[in-house]
Design a protein around this ligand. Structure first.
Ligand SMILES: [Ca+2]
Ligand SMILES: [Ca+2]
Ligand SMILES: [Ca+2]
Length: 142
């Protein structure tokens, strides 16, 4: 009887051991701490790894930042020039179908709600003037 039970038990044990995953905080993330935030992964520079778009309240001010992933070290992109928002929603998408990810960003600037599209041109982001989107905060985008 014991031998009959031993084999299934060993199979179960091996499976648990094989598939057990643990998560630990990445020390090289260097992200701004935020509240009332939204975040999205996207490979905006097309180098095969996921970068980060992060918005929210960082300290006492609204922020909108892109972090470039270089072998797991995240560096703020100086040329992002995004409107800084909180109570926000952000998404990456290649709206102009030119092969790079652009940005849809909504949220509250501290005075008004905004909805903006930013066109990605070799890692420089330019606001699209012709969106005609309703201006919102406490929003959702996809
Ligand atoms: Ca990337
Ligand atoms: Ca990279
Ligand atoms: Ca694009």
């Amino acid at each position: 009887m014991m031998k009959k039970l031993l084999f299934p038990f060993l199979v179960l044990l091996i499976n648990v051991y094989t598939y057990a995953q643990t998560f630990s905080e990445l020390a090289t993330a260097n992200l701004t701490d935020v509240t009332q935030s939204d975040v999205a992964w996207g490979d905006y520079d097309n180098d095969g790894d996921l970068d980060i778009l992060l918005t929210g309240i960082g300290g006492s001010t609204e922020i909108s930042k892109i972090y470039t992933n270089t072998a797991g070290i995240f560096t703020e992109l100086a040329t992002a020039n995004l409107t800084e928002v909180t109570d926000s929603a952000v998404a990456w998408g290649d709206y102009d179908n030119d092969g790079d990810l652009d940005i849809l960003l909504t949220g509250y600037t501290g005075s008004v709600g905004v909805s903006k599209i930013y066109t990605n041109t070799a890692g420089t982001f330019t606001e699209l003037a012709t969106t005609n989107l309703a201006q919102v905060s406490f929003s959702s985008v996809a």
